[in-house]
Design a protein around this ligand. Structure first.
Ligand SMILES: Cc1cc2nc3c(=O)[nH]c(=O)nc-3n(C[C@H](O)[C@H](O)[C@H](O)COP(=O)(O)OP(=O)(O)OC[C@H]3O[C@@H](n4cnc5c(N)ncnc54)[C@H](O)[C@@H]3O)c2cc1C
Length: 413
């Protein structure tokens, strides 16, 4: 009889883990407290970007963050509150804002994202979800901003990612939906984008076809452990013990509370982001656009168009701040030529699971046999979900990992 695995969390990370576990012969149950794919994996900016695979803590980021904090509609905000865990997190974040940690983290993350992009190519051929490999276009609003294009191109080249610096004319030729107020661009050819929720749904459907069980509206209250090994989870609504030989904790921003009951500390903060999705209009962009000066992304998703951005540290709070939401919409609209109607607008916010060094945890939990943790993917959870799922299955099977996993160890904090 095949072994039983329970995956807690049906977001991009949990579903991809379940997918590769089931492919490897595990009898899989996915349990979500809500609906599959409706957490942070629902309304994200949908980019699959080896080119942006670097940790957020970087030299100079602290100063920049503090400047942003003074503005009500800035792309970065920390809600003032007394929270000792946030202070420890911020101190740890600051410790990683140096060139050495940034370089090391960037190398590891780029490798993870590249391997993931290869898997997306495979998955998109065999599963039905919107996916395109059309590159990513940075656009700059000022001449000063555009000066960043050359060093950015050189840095990408050093990581084996070709990019072209574009004049204003070349940028507008490449993406005619742009307004002529943009000053220039940088085009990264190898990146991709896809509909994140559609991808999660497609893999969930494939799992069901293979005989996996998907339980929704069933919050997991704890992991059951006996003599140092997992024996299942305790699910609620209705209360039930679900037996398992392997438990994967992939509950995104909610993972620390599940781990806490096992005396495992995961120093993660939820980082809220916003998106706005509308019907595509005639002449809307065909290529995903990133605006470095406002940190906003504009992503074409077939018949829809999405604006996404902002990073707000406000705890496990899913309330939508209208000023920040509108700032994302405004920043997206201001680079586009047409003045279009916001038809069928869907306002959304989600919580990115964010560890203080900006890298995820993909590892067996120490001291408990049969427990794997996969979380903390921050800005890159959609991009890195297939490879994370594959690594989870390899860890479960005791196989050599497809990419080095040392950077994602549980015990590094
Ligand atoms: C505005 C924005 C833009 C982004 N853009 C991009 C992008 O372009 N590219 C990219 O790669 N990434 C992007 N991200 C990041 C990406 O969305 C996240 O990293 C990713 O969705 C995290 O996936 P996850 O599966 O870990 O978490 P989630 O998708 O949040 O899934 C966790 C699941 O666990 C469930 N859960 C919680 N507690 C329990 C419990 N007790 N029992 C059972 N289930 C539970 C939740 O209901 C949820 O479904 C963006 C994020 C935001 C907010």
């Amino acid at each position: 009889m095949s072994q039983r695995a329970v995956v807690v969390g049906g977001g991009a990370i949990g579903i991809a883990s379940a997918f590769y576990l089931s492919q490897s012969g595990w009898q899989v149950t996915v349990i979500d407290s809500g609906e599959i794919g409706r957490g942070c994996s629902y309304g994200n900016a949908c980019l699959i970007v080896p080119s942006h695979s670097h940790p957020l803590p970087a030299p100079g980021v602290m100063g920049e963050g503090l400047r942003f904090m003074l503005k009500k509609d800035s792309p970065f905000y920390i809600k003032p509150r007394f929270a000792p865990d946030l202070m420890v997190w911020a101190w740890n974040f600051w410790r990683h804002c140096n060139a050495e940690a940034y370089e090391r983290g960037s190398r590891a993350m780029a490798e993870l994202s590249r391997a993931s992009l290869d898997l997306f190519e495979e998955l998109s051929r065999s599963h039905d979800f919107f996916y395109q490999r059309k590159g990513l276009l940075h656009v700059y609003l000022t001449d000063k901003g555009a000066e960043a294009a050359v060093p950015e191109r050189d840095q990408l080249a050093a990581h084996g990612l070709p990019a072209r610096v574009l004049s204003q004319k070349e940028t507008l030729e490449l993406e005619p939906a742009l307004s002529d107020r943009i000053r220039g661009g940088l085009f990264i050819e190898g990146d991709a984008h896809g509909f994140s929720y559609g991808y999660v749904r497609a893999l969930a459907d494939a799992l069901e076809t293979r005989g996996a069980t998907l339980l929704t509206e069933r919050p997991v209250k704890g992991v059951l452990v006996e003599r140092g090994a997992v024996k299942g989870v305790l699910a609620d609504s209705p209360r039930e013990e679900i037996a398992a030989d392997l438990v994967v904790l992939a509950a995104g921003s909610w993972t620390p509370s599940l781990a806490k009951s096992l005396d495992l500390r995961i120093p993660l903060q939820p980082a809220k982001g916003y998106s706005s999705t509308i019907d595509a209009y005639p002449g809307c962009p065909a290529v995903p656009i990133l605006i470095p000066e406002t940190r906003v992304i504009v992503t074409p998703l077939a018949e829809r168009l999405r604006f996404g951005g902002t990073l707000e540290l406000a705890g496990l709070d899913l309330s939508l701040d209208e000023a920040r939401y509108q700032a994302v919409v405004r920043a997206g609209r201001e680079v586009l030529r047409e003045s279009f109607e916001m038809k069928n607008e869907e306002a959304w916010c989600g919580l990115r699971p964010f560890l203080p060094d900006g890298l995820p945890i993909i590892d067996k939990a120490p001291g408990i046999e049969g427990l794997i943790v996969a979380t903390g993917h921050a800005m890159l959870g959609f991009t890195q979900s297939p490879i994370t799922g594959k690594l989870v299955a390899e860890l479960a099977d005791g196989k050599a990992p497809s990419v080095p996993v040392d950077a994602y160890r549980f015990d590094r904090f």
